[in-house]
Design a protein around this ligand. Structure first.
Ligand SMILES: Cc1cc2nc3c(=O)[nH]c(=O)nc-3n(C[C@H](O)[C@H](O)[C@H](O)COP(=O)(O)O)c2cc1C
Length: 190
């Protein structure tokens, strides 16, 4: 049964609760979102990313990536990005305007690497070639066949500071939409 939250305070709290749950539960529909950024010539780019940590107090969402991936250069040049989440269970779409900072070295990354390197995902950050590199002629999609040295890990943390959220609830009783920042709330037409 769907809960019908009424007040801005209740809705805001539940949004952050769901984000927090999604960072811990791989089956939560908000575990993955689409992150849209802008490329070097101003064209939109977007990809799926896994939500790894949520700090509701600080208004921050954290993702992991390969420091050599194109999105990292894009976010370093233009920190403004958009995250889009959809949950059929909740009938909620959440569009989150964020400012991203990329942390690719230092104690936080090294502490995280100590954990990640023992997990099945370690290989994602040890690939000899950067994500999106064109493979040499004759090689297959299996990077094991590419004869280049394996670098040190390229794990990076993307920390997204939430600036604004656009929440849309689809419902037979009538759709509802609101736009909120840390200190504002506006109901919008859906
Ligand atoms: C379900 C799913 C989850 C993904 N999670 C991540 C992620 O957490 N971080 C990441 O960098 N790429 C992730 N990817 C891969 C990206 O969508 C993308 O293909 C890759 O990062 C290269 O993106 P870029 O060229 O825009 O940098 C995921 C892909 C899928 C299908």
């Amino acid at each position: 049964m769907k809960i019908h939250l009424q007040t801005p305070g209740e809705i805001r709290l539940q949004i952050w609760k769901e984000l927090g749950r999604a960072s811990l539960d791989r089956h939560h529909e908000w575990r993955t979102s689409v992150m849209a950024s802008t490329d070097a010539v101003g064209l939109p780019d977007a990809r799926t990313v896994v939500l790894r940590q949520v700090d509701a107090q600080a208004g921050q969402l954290t993702f992991y990536t390969d420091s050599r991936s194109p999105k990292v250069a894009q976010l370093q040049a233009q920190a403004s990005a958009m995250l889009v989440f959809w949950s059929a269970r909740l009938s909620w779409q959440l569009r989150v305007r964020v400012l991203c900072s990329v942390i690719s070295s230092g104690p936080e990354v090294e502490a995280l690497w100590q954990k990640v390197q023992q997990s099945a995902a370690a290989g994602d950050y040890l690939s000899p070639l950067p994500p999106g590199a064109v493979l040499p002629q004759g090689s297959t999609a299996d990077l094991g066949t590419v004869n280049v040295p394996v670098p040190a890990h390229s794990l990076a943390i993307v920390r997204a500071q939430v600036l604004q959220m656009d929440w849309l609830e689809l419902s037979r009783e009538g759709h509802r939409r609101a736009q909120m920042s840390a200190d504002s709330w506006d109901w919008l037409t859906p």
